[in-house]
Design a protein around this ligand. Structure first.
Ligand code: SF4
Length: 395
C-alpha cells in the first residue's frame, strides 16, 4: 500500500494496528527501546495504571493483556489450576518464552486475586525486573483514599525515578498529564463518533486502533487516533439494519478479535464497551496546575469509570453507570461478555442485570476465553438478541 494511504485511509491505519496487535514479540516496543541508549520499558496489566508516571520518567508504558488466540500456552498452564481465567497463564507464557525479556518493569494493578498472585510470581520468576503490585484506593474521600493514593503514587514515582537514575520532576509529570489528557480526549471523540455512526467505525477497527495505544508511544497513538477519526468521517460505508448494544464485562482478559467481529456480523452495532479501559479510565481532564500527584489522585477518585473491580459504596448508584452508558450511546440493549472464571465480572453481573431489568433494558450474557475459537453459538445468540430487539422493543 502507498505510504500516504497508511495514514489517510481506514484500511491503511487498521492494517498497521492489526500488525501491532498480532505481533507477540513486541517488535515496535523493542525498536523504541533500542533507538536510544538507556531507554526503558515498563509493562502494565489491566485495568488501570497512571501511565503518566511512566511517561514522565521517559519510559515506554507497555500494556500487556495476555496472549490472545494466537499464543500456544505450554508452560503457563503448569503454573495454574484449571478453574481460573486464562490471562495469567498466557502472560506467564509471554514471560517464560522470552517475549518480554526487554521489559524493565511490570505493574500489576489491584483488580483481583489472580493479578495479585501474578505479581508475586513475577517477582520470584524474574527477580531482575522491577515488579510492583499497584494498589488503588477503595475509599473515595480525598482525606482518606486520596491521601493513601497520593502516597502510592509517590512510591511509584520514587521507584521509577530510581530505575532511570534521576528523580521525576513535577514539570515532567505535568507535561505527561497534558499528553495523556489529549490522548483520552481523542479516544472519547472516537467513541462519540462511533456511537453516532457505528457503521462508519466498526467495533473491531475501533478496538484495534485503541489496542495500538498499548504498545505505541502515546504521541504516536494520538496521531493514529486523529488519522483514523478523520478517515472514518471521510469514507462513506454501507449502513446495516443492526441494533445498537453496549458490550460490558470485558475489561480485563480480552475477547478474541473474531468475537468482536461476530457481534457486528450477527446484527449488533457496538456503540459503547469496557474493552481496554486504561485508555479512558479517567473520564475528565486531569488538572495540570498545582500538585500533579494530587491531581492524578483527585481524577481517580472523582472522575473515573465504574467497573466491577471498583467499590461502589452507594447501593442506589450500583449499576447506574451502565444505564447511563445505554442512554448516552443510544443503545437498545446490553451484552454481558465476561472471561470464564472472572470473579469480578461474574459476581457483578447479577447485580447489573437486576438494575437493567428495572430500567427495562434488554440484555443477554455469555462467557469467553481469549482463545475461544468457536463463534457460531455466540453469533446465534447475538443474532437472536438483535432480532428480538428489532421485532419487539418499543412495540
Ligand atoms: S480476567 Fe477477571 S479474574 Fe482473570 S485476572 Fe482479569 S479480573 Fe482477574
Amino acid at each position: 500500500m502507498d505510504a500516504s494511504l497508511m495514514t489517510s485511509t481506514t484500511a491503511g491505519i487498521v492494517s498497521r494496528a492489526t500488525e501491532l496487535f498480532e505481533d507477540l514479540s513486541f517488535a515496535t516496543a523493542r525498536a523504541w527501546k533500542a533507538a536510544e541508549p538507556g531507554r526503558k520499558v515498563v509493562g502494565y496489566m489491566p485495568i488501570y495504571v497512571p501511565r503518566e508516571l511512566i511517561h514522565a520518567a521517559g519510559m515506554l508504558p507497555l500494556g500487556i493483556v495476555g496472549g490472545g488466540d494466537q499464543l500456544e500456552v505450554i508452560h503457563g498452564d503448569a503454573y495454574y489450576q484449571s478453574y481460573i481465567c486464562r490471562i495469567p497463564r498466557s502472560t506467564i507464557e509471554l514471560g517464560v518464552s522470552g517475549r518480554l525479556d526487554f521489559v524493565d518493569g511490570m505493574l500489576f494493578p489491584s483488580i483481583c486475586d489472580v493479578i495479585r498472585n501474578l505479581s508475586g510470581m513475577w517477582k520470584m520468576m524474574f527477580p531482575n525486573v522491577y515488579a510492583r503490585y499497584f494498589d488503588v484506593p477503595q475509599n473515595y474521600r480525598d482525606d482518606i483514599g486520596g491521601n493513601y493514593y497520593v502516597n502510592e503514587l509517590s512510591e511509584l514515582r520514587h521507584d521509577l525515578g530510581t530505575l532511570r537514575g534521576k528523580p521525576i520532576t513535577d514539570d515532567e509529570l505535568r507535561h505527561s498529564i497534558v499528553v495523556y489528557n489529549e490522548n483520552r480526549r481523542l479516544v472519547r471523540e472516537l467513541y462519540d463518533f462511533r456511537a453516532e455512526k457505528p457503521w462508519q467505525a466498526p467495533a473491531a477497527e475501533v478496538y484495534l486502533v485503541l489496542r495500538a495505544g498499548l504498545v505505541l508511544p502515546v504521541e504516536d497513538h494520538s496521531a493514529m487516533l486523529r488519522d483514523y477519526i478523520a478517515a472514518a468521517k471521510a469514507e462513506e460505508r454501507p449502513r446495516r439494519d443492526n441494533c445498537r448494544i453496549v458490550l460490558t464485562g470485558a475489561f480485563c482478559e480480552q475477547p478474541p478479535l473474531n468475537l468482536i467481529k461476530s457481534l457486528e456480523l450477527s446484527g449488533c452495532y457496538v456503540v459503547d464497551d469496557d474493552l481496554l479501559l486504561v485508555t479512558r479510565w479517567l473520564i475528565g481532564e486531569v488538572a495540570t496546575d498545582g500538585d500533579p500527584l494530587r491531581n492524578l489522585a483527585s481524577a481517580f477518585l472523582h472522575q473515573s469509570e465504574s467497573t466491577a473491580a471498583k467499590y461502589e459504596p452507594d447501593l442506589k448508584e450500583k449499576g447506574q453507570h451502565l444505564v447511563r452508558a445505554v442512554k448516552r450511546s443510544g443503545a437498545e440493549g446490553v451484552i454481558f461478555a465476561a472471561p470464564s472464571f472472572c470473579d469480578p465480572a461474574l459476581l457483578d453481573r447479577p447485580m447489573l442485570q437486576h438494575v437493567l431489568k428495572d430500567a427495562g433494558i434488554p440484555f443477554i450474557a455469555f462467557k469467553y476465553a481469549e482463545n475461544s475459537g468457536q463463534m457460531q453459538p455466540i453469533r446465534e445468540q447475538a443474532g437472536t438478541f438483535a432480532d428480538s430487539i428489532k421485532l419487539w422493543s418499543g412495540a
